[in-house]
Design a protein around this ligand. Structure first.
Ligand SMILES: [Zn+2]
Length: 411
């Protein structure tokens, strides 16, 4: 009796201690909505300014995505993180790199790219998101061009160059990378630029972007609040906010961490994109399927990063990338018959409005809470070492959804 009492006291004590030490992990895992069906969203960044051949490549993606449907007859959606502008290389060249000149997607020469994007939207396979006016801060580009012949050549070449070819630090738009480590940009300048890019998006596409994907996931408070004041509702994150670049040019995460549907200042919703399908970098569909399994198991959506880089340039590489998307969609549909395709904006809306996609039963939410916490490696090890895993395991079994509940169709 005495031994049992001591054991019970010990378990209660360690559970309380772990819950206290990991209170933020507990609170976040509980607050994050549990999805009642697997969700797959393709996040295609960097489309927009650049070679006109993008139009034909976008059409190929549309053709592929149109061949698939989920159980509700919805097509897979590739959200396009749109870059609205880039260098007017003719004018920069004529000016001998003394000042920056911009070409936007409203230029008639880039009309085929914009038209291809809108065709995909009309067919229900693209959703447009803002990635940025440019994929760099123009003053930093010009400072780099003055000092580096390669950057000068990039900014003065014929046609519309690919921003992917710029050194990584320059591709961060919202910090001053003239020297490394980076420095903050003047707050009033970034706020004005963030407002300007929302206005430009509205002019080009006729609607405010509901979702922004910050370039290289580097952004600041000032940028975010300007976006939100201009009507943005969702910011895509990798689960953190990068705030600077170190002396080697690597991104440095700030203190902020985010979970799906976390809300921030002025009611902004954050969504986490933490999976990849980047065939040009060797990240192939089996890895993405594993990520889909893991996220689904934790009641989370799967947002897959797949950059434009995979689809432009070499034709064989594009065919390989299309093949990988096809295999991902085939595999995901076969493994998860209840799979849902949607846009990031729809997902955020489902979470905000607590639609039928979101689990409401407390016992099921407790079950997923335990699954999520079991994914926190240090906490899991401590729970096993102290014995706190035993009551957690019993609670896990007791809250397990019945197969009949799991099979219920969503309305
Ligand atoms: Zn990008």
């Amino acid at each position: 009796m005495m031994v049992a009492s001591v054991a019970l006291l010990w378990l209660a004590g360690t559970c309380a201690l772990l819950a206290f030490v990991y209170r933020k992990a507990f609170a976040d895992a509980w607050a994050e909505p549990v999805l009642r069906a697997p969700v797959l969203i393709l996040g295609g960044d960097d489309w927009g300014y650049g070679p006109v051949e993008q139009a034909q490549r976008l059409d190929r993606i549309v053709e592929l995505l149109e061949r698939f449907r989920d159980s509700r007859s919805a097509h897979p959606i590739m959200t396009l993180g749109v870059v609205l502008a880039g260098p007017d290389t003719d004018r920069i060249r004529a000016d001998e790199c003394r000042s920056y000149h911009r070409v936007t997607l409203a230029d008639p020469r880039l009309m085929p790219v914009r038209a291809a994007m809108l065709r995909g939207v009309a067919r229900g396979v693209f959703a447009l998101q803002l990635h940025g006016m440019e994929h760099y801060w123009p003053a930093c580009l010009m400072a780099a061009a003055a000092a580096d012949k390669k950057i000068r050549d990039w900014a003065t070449q014929n046609g519309f160059p690919n921003t992917e070819a710029l050194p990584a630090p320059l591709q961060s738009r919202w910090i001053d990378v003239t020297t490394l480590p980076s420095k903050p940009l003047p707050v009033e300048q970034v706020a004005a630029a963030a407002t300007e890019e929302i206005r430009a998006f509205v002019e080009m596409f006729g609607a405010t972007p509901e979702v922004v994907v910050p370039a290289t996931f580097v952004w600041t408070e000032a940028v975010e609040s300007a976006w939100i004041r201009a009507g943005v509702r969702v910011v895509v994150t990798p689960g953190r906010r990068n705030e600077s670049r170190d002396a080697e040019g690597r991104v440095v995460p700030g203190k902020h961490t985010y979970f799906n549907a976390a809300t921030g200042p002025h009611g902004v919703t954050y969504v986490v994109r933490d999976c990849y399908l980047e065939p040009s970098l060797g990240k192939m569909h089996p890895e993405t399927i594993d990520a889909l399994r893991a996220n689904t198991r934790a009641g989370r959506p799967t947002l897959v990063e797949i950059h434009r880089l995979n689809f432009i340039g070499d034709e064989r590489a594009m065919e390989q990338a299309l093949g990988e998307v096809k295999r991902l969609l085939e595999g995901a549909r076969a493994i998860f018959p209840a799979l849902r395709f949607m846009s990031t904006a729809e997902l955020a809306r489902d979470c905000r409005e607590r639609s039928a996609l979101i689990e409401r039963k407390t016992s099921a939410r407790l079950h997923f809470l335990i699954r999520r916490l079991a994914g926190v490696s240090r906490l899991r090890k401590l729970a096993w070492a102290t014995g706190a895993a035993l009551p957690a395991w019993l609670a896990y079994l007791a809250t397990r959804p019945r197969p009949s509940e799991e099979a219920q169709p969503l309305t």
